[in-house]
Write a new protein. Structure first.
Length: 390
């Protein structure tokens, strides 16, 4: 049966956002994302030390490739087995392979581990994300997704800089073990979650979702902004000169922080005034921020650029997801979750791999500038979507 919505009203007459099930779901969010982001910059750093700059893009690309492949198959698993089993399997695949990174720093081994973790992450976000959407009252969807964004932002806010710092101070193995423990500990929350089967409304398959323009256009916008995020977390530690080393930790901190705050504010705005009007400003902010980041020798420009880009990225995350959920019934949440995360992770993966290849030939500053231009290309589907949906 679908999870039962809260019936009591909050002080402003709207249903409350929080329930016991949603809090338990947040525990699994922190476990999955904490494990992911602790290693997001650390694995490319270690791979670079042993295999060169190409290795950094390969590890992030492998992680995202496996994630997007998993996202396309996970909705079918959720339909068959419910939410708890795929979610638990995903946490295990995030945690156990992290421990196996301590065995060897061989690039092939590392890429295989990244593939396994990517599959695990796909299961957690599709199975868990579908359940999350069903647990949020429709009247407060954008704000609820903003709250989910805040909870999701905390692991990246802490995990990205903490992982790099711990790797430097305590060694890579320490970070790998911590990432494993964070994911496996979250398994304790899974039995308390509803299974979430038989959601109402007509079922929409993933293939049908890819043929639905009202879902694809926001997904393309998100994918374009996600390119920059994959580039930032993978290549900023390599692009910024060594004499500005403190800038790296600052940028890796403000990236998720600015995105989290922007995602929350976008949610509050979206429930009151609609999310459609936020998409174009999000793209403009993301492009401007990426252009500033191209000034890799200027600490102020890099940090300011990351803040501006991340704010646009956070707004795009909330606005596109709210629009996509509003365009389907509850039984379509799994497909929307898969499409949205496919766009997110495909963008991050393609961005990391392509940027590494381009930067070899152009240098990092010009590669960042080209990314800004590419971000502006997403204005076409954004304007088309606004015209098609009023």
């Amino acid at each position: 049966m679908p999870p039962r919505e809260e019936t009591a009203l909050s002080l402003d007459g709207r249903p409350p956002l929080l329930s016991r099930a949603l809090v338990l779901r947040f525990v699994t969010v922190v476990g999955a994302l904490g494990s992911l982001f602790l290693l997001m910059s650390v694995v490319p750093l270690r791979a670079t030390a042993s295999g060169g700059h190409d290795a950094a893009g390969l590890t992030t690309g492998a992680l995202m490739l496996a994630t997007v492949v998993g996202e396309l198959t996970a909705p079918r698993l959720v339909t068959r087995y419910g939410h708890r089993l795929p979610l638990a399997a995903g946490l295990v695949l995030l945690g156990v392979p992290a421990l196996l990174l301590t065995v060897s720093d061989d690039l092939t081994w590392t890429v295989v581990i990244c593939l396994l973790r990517g599959l695990g992450f796909a299961l957690t976000i599709v199975a868990g994300g579908t359940l999350t959407a069903a647990l949020i009252p429709p009247e407060r969807r954008a704000e609820g997704l903003g709250l989910v964004g805040v909870v999701s932002g905390v692991p990246s806010l802490i995990g990205l800089p903490l992982g790099v710092w711990l790797a430097d101070k305590a060694g890579y193995e320490t970070v790998f073990v911590l990432a494993a423990l964070v994911a496996l500990a979250a398994l304790l929350a899974v039995p308390g979650l509803p299974d979430g089967r038989d959601l109402p409304g007509p079922t929409i398959g993933v293939a049908a979702g890819f043929r639905t323009g009202s879902l694809v256009r926001p997904a393309v916008v998100l994918a374009t902004t996600a390119l920059g995020s994959g580039i930032a977390v993978t290549f900023l530690p390599l692009a910024v000169p060594d004499n500005l080393g403190g800038v790296i930790a600052t940028a890796l901190f403000v990236h998720p922080a600015a995105a989290t705050v922007a995602r929350w504010l976008a949610g509050r705005h979206g429930d009151r005034y609609g999310s459609a009007g936020l998409v174009v400003p999000a793209l403009l902010a993301s492009a401007a921020g990426m252009l500033l980041t191209a000034l890799t020798n200027d600490a102020v420009a890099v940090v300011t650029g990351v803040v501006l880009f991340s704010a646009g990225f956070g707004i795009a995350q909330n606005a596109t997801l709210a629009l996509m959920y509003a365009r389907v019934t509850a039984s379509g949440y799994g497909t929307v979750t898969a499409l949205w995360n496919f766009a997110y992770d495909a963008g991050m993966g393609v961005g990391a791999v392509a940027f590494g290849l381009i930067a070899q030939r152009t240098g990092y500053p010009l590669a960042f500038a080209l990314t800004a231009v590419l971000t502006l290309a997403a204005l076409l589907p954004a304007f088309t979507d606004r015209a098609a949906n009023g």
